[in-house]
Design a protein around this ligand. Structure first.
Ligand SMILES: C[S@@+](CC[C@H](N)C(=O)[O-])C[C@H]1O[C@@H](n2cnc3c(N)ncnc32)[C@H](O)[C@@H]1O
Length: 209
């Protein structure tokens, strides 16, 4: 019998031309800063969130960075309207580029982000992004991330909104490239931290788009 449990069905299978509108629960972005990059490392820096959607990642980034610029190729009423892959962002124009890109364009987003960022790039993607001959040849062989940080908890994502009660069968990780990082990728785990980093109003913001 086909498995139609909510957790399995919550995986992100999207049409080829879809926006892949799956906002990130804010605690997962706080986890990047608290457990992978370090809050003290970014306090004076700028960050671009180039696929910001409704701002669920841009807002928590604003809790840590000196300034956040947010844009998206689709209109959600948050940020500027720009396609990250075609808009002429200047090379090295932002200290960091941090996003959860549409999965089908994630490789192109990494390529582009590595030219736009001065200090670092952090991409939230399914753990399986680490696989594939195409991505190995296109990115990982010559430009491996400096850190691969696997979430120990699940990061449930739901189409078009955030939902505190959602579940998922999909594992996620932060893929991080730091200009000052080691040539040998560091394998890390994001420790259990959802309870500590989650705030009640993270989900109330769902209607505030
Ligand atoms: C998985 S959602 C993540 C949204 C947001 N980064 C977050 O974490 O809450 C992917 C986002 O990429 C946007 N997007 C898709 N193609 C894009 C492109 N070429 N340039 C910029 N944004 C794009 C979608 O509109 C959507 O908001």
């Amino acid at each position: 019998m086909q498995n139609t449990s909510h957790a399995v069905m919550a995986q992100r299978f999207e049409a080829a031309d879809s926006a892949d509108d799956f906002p990130t629960p804010p605690w997962a972005t706080r986890a990047l800063i608290e457990h992978v990059i370090g809050a003290g490392q970014v306090r004076e820096l700028t960050v671009l969130e180039p696929a910001c959607g409704r701002g669920y990642m841009a807002r928590p980034l604003g809790e840590y960075f000196a300034s956040v610029e947010a844009s998206d190729a689709f209109r959600y009423g948050f940020g500027t309207h720009r396609d990250f892959l075609s808009y002429p962002f200047e090379a090295k124009s932002h200290d960091w580029v941090i996003t959860n890109p549409p999965f089908r364009l994630a490789e192109e987003f990494v390529e582009r982000a590595l030219t736009v960022a001065r200090k670092g790039v952090a991409i939230l993607a399914r753990t399986v992004f680490l696989e594939s001959v195409g991505r190995y040849e296109g990115i990982f062989r010559d430009r491996p991330p400096t850190k691969f940080a696997q979430f120990t908890e699940r990061v449930p994502m739901v189409k078009g909104r955030v939902d505190a009660k959602a579940s998922t069968a999909t594992g996620y990780a932060w893929f991080v490239w730091e200009a000052s990082g080691s040539a040998v990728p560091r394998l890390m785990w994001v420790p259990p931290c959802r309870k500590i980093l989650e705030r009640a109003d993270d989900y109330a913001a769902s209607s505030r788009a």
